[in-house]
Design a protein around this ligand. Structure first.
Ligand code: HEM
Length: 278
C-alpha cells in the first residue's frame, strides 16, 4: 500500500505557530465571518456572497480606474492602458457572475426578500464611486449616504476631481487634438454633456489613427470598457426581471423600469457617436 504524499517532505511550510499564514495575510477570518444570513433560506448565502464578491471587484475597479486616471494626467499612457484593460476584465468577470445568481428562482428569492428591508444595490457607494470616477455625476445619488459622513466625504471628494474622461480629453488637447474650451474648463462636479465639437475632434483621431496611435488606442480602451459596463447593466436588469418581474425594488424605485432607464446612460458619448461620422 502506498502512503499519502506528505508535502512537508517537499519543503512545504506546515507549522504556523507565530508565522503569518495564508489566512492571516488575507484576513480570511473577517471575510468568511461576514455572511450573516438572516433566514434559513438556502439561497440567501448565494445572494450575500454574490453581492459581497461584486463589491470586492468594484473595490479593485476603483483602485485601477483612479490609478489609470492619474497616469493619464501625467502622460504616462502605457500603465494606464494596462489598468484599463484590467478593469474591462473585471467587468467581464462580474458579467459572468450573473450566471450563478440566475440559478436562483423567483420562489427561492421570496423566502428571504422581506428580510432585506429597504436595502438595495442602489445604496452601493462603490458603484456610485465608479460612476463618479467615470463622469456620470448625478448629485441626487449622494443622498442615501448622508447618514455615513465618511462615505459622503469620499464621494464629495471624487466629485471635485476631474473624471477619467475629462483627463482623456485634456490629454487629447495636450497632444494637439483641439477640444472645445468650454469642455476643458467645465465644472467637473457635473456630468459631462454631449458636445458635437468633441465628436469632430475624435473624428480627426479616428480618421488618421496612425497619426494619433496612443490616443486612438486609449479611446478604444474606453469604448471597450463601456461596452462591458453596458452588458453589466443589461445582465442586471434581465436578472432582476427574471427574479422579481415588475415588482418595485427593495430600494423603492420602480425596479425594472428604473434599471431600464439607467441603460440609457452614456459615459463617453462622443466616442460612440464618432462611429457614425466615419
Ligand atoms: C436577485 C438579485 C437582484 C435583484 C432582484 C436586484 C434588484 C435591484 C433593483 C430593483 C434595483 C433598483 C433599485 C431598487 O429600487 O432597489 C437594483 C439596483 C442596483 N443593484 Fe441590484 N438586484 C440584484 C442583484 C444585484 C447584484 C448581485 C448586485 C451587485 C452588486 C447589484 C447591484 C445593484 C446596483 C449597483 C444598483 C444600482 C443601479 C443604478 O442605480 O444604476 N444588484 N437592484
Amino acid at each position: 500500500m502506498t502512503r499519502d504524499f506528505d508535502p512537508a517532505g517537499d519543503g512545504a511550510q506546515m507549522d504556523f505557530d507565530g508565522r503569518m499564514s495564508y489566512g492571516d495575510y488575507l484576513r480570511l477570518d473577517r471575510i468568511l465571518d461576514a455572511q450573516a444570513v438572516r433566514t434559513t433560506a438556502h439561497d440567501e448565502m448565494l445572494f450575500i456572497i454574490q453581492h459581497q464578491t461584486s463589491e470586492l471587484w468594484m473595490k479593485l475597479a476603483i483602485h485601477e480606474l483612479s490609478a489609470a486616471r492619474a497616469a493619464i494626467a501625467r502622460d504616462d499612457l502605457a500603465p494606464a492602458m494596462k489598468m484599463l484593460a484590467r478593469v474591462s476584465r473585471i467587468f467581464e468577470q462580474l458579467n459572468n457572475a450573473w450566471d450563478v445568481l440566475r440559478t436562483m428562482t423567483p420562489a427561492d428569492y421570496t423566502h428571504f426578500r422581506r428580510e432585506l428591508g429597504q436595502s438595495s444595490g442602489f445604496q452601493s457607494w462603490q458603484y456610485r464611486m465608479i460612476e463618479y470616477v467615470l463622469g456620470n455625476r448625478n448629485h441626487a445619488m449622494l443622498k442615501p449616504h448622508e447618514h455615513r459622513p465618511e462615505v459622503l466625504a469620499k464621494l464629495a471628494a471624487e466629485l471635485a476631481t476631474p473624471s477619467l474622461y475629462d483627463e482623456v480629453l485634456r490629454l487629447a488637447q495636450r497632444r494637439g487634438v483641439v477640444m472645445p474650451e468650454a469642455v476643458l474648463t467645465r465644472d467637473v462636479r457635473e456630468t459631462h454633456r454631449f458636445d458635437d465639437a468633441v465628436v469632430e475632434a475624435w473624428a480627426g483621431v479616428y480618421r488618421a489613427p496612425e497619426a494619433h496611435w496612443q490616443l486612438y488606442e486609449l479611446a478604444e480602451k474606453l469604448v471597450d470598457f463601456e461596452d462591458y459596463f453596458r452588458r453589466w447593466r443589461f445582465n442586471h436588469v434581465t436578472t432582476v426581471e427574471r427574479v422579481i418581474g415588475f415588482k418595485r425594488g427593495t430600494g423603492g424605485t420602480g425596479g425594472v423600469s428604473y434599471l431600464k432607464r439607467m441603460l440609457e446612460v452614456e459615459l463617453f458619448p462622443e466616442l460612440w457617436r464618432v462611429r457614425t461620422s466615419l
